[in-house]
Design a protein around this ligand. Structure first.
Ligand code: LMR
Length: 390
């Protein structure tokens, strides 16, 4: 029977992890999958998370099921960080999800059940967005996320919204755009939010990198602007990066409405989708996040660790920007982009040459993980870039 299955290509980004691991070169550089790395190339567990895990080991007295919405203490503890301290709590409810991917899946499924037939998305985007949209069965409509000179393309979004119909969903990256690092400015969000309302579309904000761009508060600007005007919003949240919990799969799905019954329906539908998909999300990482957020000292420690990450990525960006021009590539924009990623205008051949000739691994789109660069490999990277593009 399985011969009837269409062969599937392996996921290119996740495939890079294996290719990189199999490369015996000592000076290889991993700019592939989006994990933060320190100046020595490590991805350590946050100190605040280690402390929370120790506490969990001591205090957790049961591993009995929690239910499809997972650890609601975790879900609620995040709300002030995501939505703002003063946000009207009666308008928002959420549930835990397995990573940002689980949260995006829930959001798109709920949007479909609520009647959305199409979803608008700027491209390039995280490749899994389109895969999830296709798996859920919505029609994907795309527009360009970025202008030729490297800014967020507000005109393209406006043109897309002009064609959108009431009830369409619009997927926007809250911050640290993946894969380009090019975010809408605050002034652009100020224009986007009322337009979304005017067009009666359903905003779906994917916030997977809060705190890695300009800070926890600043990175929520766009989402909060939309929340201040739109009657209904869906949010897919990930703690994989900002708490360093990648493999523990820690995310949350939130719905915001102005009607209590509609909110209960959104959550009820989320719960049935979760039940039929993974039944209940994994507990450990979310419990650790909850323990961090319930403890002032651990919260301060976590925020300081997040500041360090952001500071290091800024330093790498500053060094890349200082290179000004590498072959045909203008490097200055990398200095003002945000988060883990930037995208270089490289051909497939150049990307392959970087891998084969220089041991430098990056996504086929030309996306690089900024955190893969350190003071000991950044010069080699710039030289290799020059060699393959020169
Ligand atoms: C990435 O974009 O590298 C990360 O979000 C990991 C993933 O799941 O693709």
């Amino acid at each position: 029977m399985f011969e009837n299955l269409a062969a599937q290509p392996a996921d290119a980004l996740l495939g890079l992890i294996k290719l990189y691991n199999a490369d015996p070169r000592g000076d290889k550089i991993d700019l592939g999958v989006g994990v933060y790395r320190t100046a020595t190339g490590a991805t350590p567990v946050f100190g605040a998370i280690k402390a929370a895990e120790a506490k969990l080991l001591e205090t957790q007295d049961s591993k009995a099921y929690l239910g499809p919405d997972g650890d609601m203490g975790f879900v609620n503890a995040l709300i002030p960080y995501v939505f703002g301290k003063d946000f009207d709590r009666s308008r928002v409810d959420g549930m835990q999800a397995p990573g940002g991917t689980g949260a995006v899946r829930l959001a798109i499924e709920v949007a479909k059940r609520a009647g959305a037939k199409r979803i608008w998305m700027g491209t390039p985007s995280w490749p899994n967005h389109a895969q999830i949209v296709s798996a859920v069965g919505l029609e994907l409509k795309t527009f360009s996320h970025m202008t030729a000179d490297g800014f967020a393309d507000l005109d393209a979004l406006k043109a897309a919204l002009a064609k959108a119909e009431p009830g369409d969903a619009v997927l926007l990256h809250g911050c640290c755009h993946n894969p380009t690092g090019v975010d809408f400015t605050e002034a652009q969000w100020d224009e986007i939010a009322p337009l979304l309302v005017e067009k009666q579309v359903l905003p779906l904000i994917d916030l997977a990198y809060q705190g890695l761009g300009a800070g926890m508060e600043a990175d929520a600007y766009g989402l909060r602007k939309v929340l201040s005007l739109a009657p209904e919003v869906l949010v897919a949240y990930s703690c994989d990066k900002n708490f360093g919990l990648y493999r523990d799969r820690v995310g949350a799905f939130y719905a915001v409405t102005s009607d209590a019954a509609a909110l209960a329906n959104a959550m009820g539908n989320g719960a049935t989708i979760a039940r039929a998909s993974w039944s209940m999300p994994p507990d450990h990482g979310a419990a650790a996040v909850r323990l961090v957020l319930e403890d002032e000292g651990l919260t301060a420690q976590w925020l300081a660790e997040l500041d360090d990450m952001r500071g290091r990525m800024r330093q790498v960006r500053d060094r890349l920007a200082a290179a000004q021009q590498v072959g045909p590539i203008a490097m200055a924009p990398l200095g003002v982009q945000n988060g883990l990623f930037s995208m270089l205008p490289l051909t497939g051949e150049q990307i392959l040459a970087l891998r084969n000739d220089h041991g430098i691994y990056m996504a086929g789109s030309g996306r690089i993980n900024i955190a893969g660069l350190t003071s000991s490999n950044i010069e080699k990277f710039i030289d290799a870039l020059q060699a393959v593009t020169g």
